[in-house]
Design a protein around this ligand. Structure first.
Ligand code: FE2
Ligand code: FE2
Length: 268
């Protein structure tokens, strides 16, 4: 089973990039399932029906979220009924939506779990470690392959959780910082790991936002409007190869595709 996981898709430039590139990438990497973090797809903050639909039409099978889950009120119209969108499973009890789902592709089931870290994160959430124990046990009844999107700021918290669940899930993939890390590996008991998958969107801003606005905010401390940066874009993702029977990861390949107009650089 091959799973392609795309890091936080940022606003229109990120969605446009997917529309233009995803089919081409699929013919190259040949994945079975495509998962994307969509917490920034609507104008850089949150998600709405049309932007989610755009992602699905581009070839995304399921969307994960994070601290920007509730940034747009439209989400309350579809979060409960959607079978393809998850928000962090350790959000406080009783909030709408679900934290896990099962995707069935080519006769194989893939469990998807979204968790959020608590270090340097302002969204209230329960312990991600305890939530992982609970949710993995439930998913294990249905599937051998489990992917975790761990939406968190601190590298220590992400790595600690990955070691905590090593061997119980196929992958722990960090999201949220919008900066891809170069530490992808497979842990001793077969869980693939990367601290942060990165971002898909404008590559010339500050984590997606127009750099002039962010510099102004740091220099003056005054509130300002954040708009998506213009210019070049990049697609950050990982391609996982997983053993169908054992659920162990066989390979994690980091993808950082820079698009400079019509010219395209590919790393690797
Ligand atoms: Fe994000
Ligand atoms: Fe985030």
């Amino acid at each position: 089973m091959k799973v392609f996981f795309i890091g936080d898709i940022f606003a229109k430039p990120g969605r446009q990039l997917l529309k233009n590139q995803l089919e081409k990438l699929k013919s190259q990497y040949n994945w079975d399932v495509c998962i994307a973090n969509g917490e920034n797809i609507a104008g850089g903050k949150g998600i709405n029906y049309n932007t989610a639909d755009e992602l699905f039409n581009s070839g995304v099978d399921a969307i994960t979220l994070g601290n920007h889950t509730w940034s747009r009120k439209e989400i309350f119209n579809f979060i409960c009924s959607s079978t393809r969108i998850v928000r962090p499973a350790n959000f406080p009890k009783g909030v709408p939506g679900k934290g896990r789902l099962v995707i069935e592709k080519n006769g194989t089931k893939v469990g998807l779990l979204n968790l959020m870290g608590r270090v340097y994160m302002d969204q209230p959430s329960d312990c991600p470690f305890q939530a992982a124990d609970r949710e993995i046990a439930i998913l294990k009844q249905q599937c051998d392959i489990i992917i975790i999107d761990l939406h968190a700021e601190a590298t220590s918290e992400k790595l600690a959780l990955a070691y905590y669940v090593d061997g119980r899930v196929s992958a722990v993939l960090g999201t949220h910082t919008h900066v891809q890390t170069a530490d992808e590996r497979i842990l001793l008991n077969g869980t693939a790991y990367i601290t942060d998958v990165g971002m898909t969107g404008p590559s010339e801003g500050v984590i997606g936002v127009d750099k002039t606005q962010i510099i102004q905010k740091f220099v003056t401390g005054l509130p300002c409007r954040f708009e998506p940066a213009e210019g070049n874009t990049a697609l950050n993702a990982v391609l996982l190869t997983i053993d169908d029977k054992t659920g162990k990861a066989l390979e994690i390949l980091r993808v950082n595709r820079q698009t400079n107009g019509f010219f395209e650089k590919t790393l690797p």
